[in-house]
Design a binder for this molecule. Sequence first.
Ligand SMILES: *Cc1c(COP(=O)(O)O)cnc(C)c1O
Length: 356
Amino acid sequence: MENEILQQIDIHQIQQSRKDSVDWDNLPFGRVFSDHMLVIDYVDGAWGKPVIEPFENLSLSPATSVLHYGQTVFEGMKAYRNDNDEVFLFRADQNAKRFNQSAIRMCMPTIPEDVFVQFVQTLVDLDREWIPTNEGYSMYIRPFMIATDPYVGIRPSATYKFMIFTCPVGAYYTEPVRVKIETKYTRAAHGGTGFAKAGGNYAASLYPAKLAAEQGYQQLIWTDAQEHKYVEEAGTMNVVFQIGDTIVTPKSSDTILDGITRKSVMEIARDWGYKTEERKISVKEVIDAIESGELKDAFGAGTAATIAPIKTINFEGRDYELPEVAERKFSNEVLDYLNRYKHGETEDKFNWLIKF
Ligand SMILES: *Cc1c(COP(=O)(O)O)cnc(C)c1O
């Protein structure tokens, strides 16, 4: 299967790169697109011929099923380039695996993991000059799949389009965020789709996030759907705390997206000799730890920002201030280590990199 698909990638290179028209010192997140994209269609129960072609608009029937019922999944990953022109993908196998888990939940076809990774690598390699090398810069990679039947009935589509495009992105300055613990709206419930990177999850989070933004909070801390008693995620990131000497994060379940950044942070913490726990964390435990001074660190973890420090937590109308971000040891050290790791500037001791 792998070689069959790979031998067939048809590459139509752009005549003239758009690189020179880009303002490389001012790269807004997700708005500048590299020269090429990869497209493969699923028809009659099988994947067709993969094509890499110049980035361009799609032409779709207004009846295209994804536009109505949201049968779509995506991934988010990054490529990094260092001054020796070495390019790295970080734990790409994990994105491939998660993509398929999302696809199965949304009743969509899967892609062999090694083929997924090869698609990413081939596309990134072709546009490797688009990967910025400035400190903190990288290339964001967006693989996704949409249901393409031109049919407004509700049923799993018979045809799909899988695509990948890439965006050079600037340093993601993470101003420490003020977050609000959400006790009314729900991101994910047991039996639902919270563990999947499925489009509708993000659409449903916009309204509660907007209400919180109007009150001055950049992000929500989602809590469990039954009781709103346990912490689940921070916006579209996982959430990690240091309480005393222990690094702790909510345990993965079908309501929590199994983030690769969080997983890596926890592995590094264990390697550095911290005690780590993946378990239920109640809101009360977090608030008590802030009040007793035991809460040393709190941050969101995700590919876009890597680490997003939390400075204020609002709960039931009250703001709780957390320790000074500059003085937090763990999150600052792990961010620095991950940045160096992803650029091949430290030993690949966990075997997480693909280099090309
Ligand atoms: C993508 C995502 C994350 C973070 O996952 P990473 O693999 O670390 O990028 C966390 N939560 C949600 C809801 C997400 O969509």
